[in-house]
Design a protein around this ligand. Structure first.
Ligand code: PEP
Ligand code: MN
Length: 264
C-alpha cells in the first residue's frame, strides 16, 4: 500500500487546521520534547511566530530509565490541545500504548506520533491503523528502510492511509552524535514510497549545535516536513535539553530553511 509502484502520485496528508504535508506542501513541526506546564504556550507562540505550522510535545514519554520523568500524561495532552486551539495549529504527540489510542482520539490530537522505540510495536501500529487520524511513524533506531516501510504497511493495512515517515537518525558506531542522521533515507524513501517524508534533526544529532545543519540538509534532500525540538530554557528541560533550540535559534533556522526551500 505504501509502494510507489502501485501509487505513483505523492500522498498529501491533511493534518487539520488547513495544514497539508507532502506533494509539495512543506511544514515545520516544532515544540518541546516534553510538555512541562505553563511554558508550553510560550514556546508554542514563539515557534508559530517564527513560522512553524504544527505544534509538537510529548505527554507520554518513552524514557530510557523508568526513574526519569515519564511526562505529564493526559494533562499534557490538554495543554497541547489548548495551545493548538489558541494558535490554530495541529498538534502532534506520541502515543506509546495501544490502550491510550482512544484517549488521544477523545482529546482530539491531530497527529499520532509513533516513536522510534515503538516502530515495530505491531499491536500499536495496528491500533492507530484502525483510526483515520494522521500517523507520524518514526524510524526505529536500528531499523532498515524496508522495515520502516513494513511498519507503514501495518498501519495502512488496517485502513489508515494517512501515514508520514520520519527519519530521526539511526544507531551506528559513531559516538560524537546521539545518532547518525541518515539523510540518504529521504530520497530513498521518496523513490520507494508516495508517503510524505519528515526529517528530525533534533534526535538525529542530539546536540543543539548540530540541529540547524541537519535541518538544512534534510530540506535540501527533499524532506516534506521537519520536526524540531524547541525549549525556552533548554538547561531546565525535562528531556532532551541537550538538543533543544531556543526560540531565537529556531527563528534563525527558519530564515535559512526558507532560503534553502527557494533554492531547491
Ligand atoms: C520524541 O520525538 O521526543 C522522541 C522520543 O523521538 P524518537 O522516538 O525519535 O526518539
Ligand atoms: Mn525528544
Amino acid at each position: 500500500l505504501a509502494n510507489r509502484k502501485f501509487h505513483p502520485e505523492d500522498t498529501v496528508v491533511d493534518c487539520g487546521h488547513g495544514v497539508l504535508v507532502g506533494g509539495g506542501n512543506f511544514q515545520v513541526i516544532a515544540g518541546p520534547c516534553s510538555v512541562e506546564g505553563d511554558n508550553l504556550i510560550e514556546i508554542a507562540r514563539a515557534v508559530k511566530a517564527a513560522g512553524a505550522t504544527m505544534l509538537r510535545g510529548g505527554a507520554f514519554k518513552p524514557r530510557t530509565s523508568p526513574y526519569t520523568s515519564q511526562g505529564m500524561g493526559a494533562r499534557g495532552l490538554d495543554l497541547l490541545m489548548e495551545a493548538g486551539a489558541e494558535l490554530d495549529m495541529p498538534v502532534v504527540s506520541e502515543v506509546m500504548d495501544p490502550r491510550d489510542v482512544q484517549l488521544f482520539l477523545d482529546k482530539g490530537v491531530d497527529v499520532l506520533q509513533i516513536g522510534a522505540r515503538n516502530a515495530q510495536n505491531f499491536t500499536l501500529l495496528r491500533e492507530v491503523g484502525k483510526t483515520n487520524v494522521p500517523v507520524l511513524l518514526k524510524r526505529g533506531m536500528s531499523e532498515t528502510i524496508d522495515e520502516l516501510l513494513m511498519g507503514a504497511e501495518y498501519v495502512m493495512s488496517e485502513g489508515n492511509a494517512n501515514v508520514m515517515l520520519c527519519e530521526r537518525g539511526i544507531r551506528t558506531f559513531e559516538t560524537r552524535t546521539r545518532n547518525t542522521f541518515d539523510v540518504n533515507a529521504i530520497p530513498v524513501l521518496h523513490h520507494l514510497t508516495h508517503l510524505p517524508v519528515v526529517g528530525d534533526p533534533s534526535h538525529a544529532t542530539g546536540y543543539t549545535r548540530y540541529v540547524r545543519p541537519g535541518a538544512y540538509a534534510a530540506v535540501a534532500a527533499g524532506a516534506d516536513a521537519l520536526e524540531i525540538e524547541v525549549h525556552d530554557c533548554p538547561s531546565r528541560a525535562w528531556s532532551d535539553g541537550s538538543q533543544a533550540l531556543t526560540p531565537a535559534q529556531f527563528a534563525d533556522a527558519m530564515r535559512r530553511i526558507a532560503l534553502i526551500r527557494e533554492a531547491v
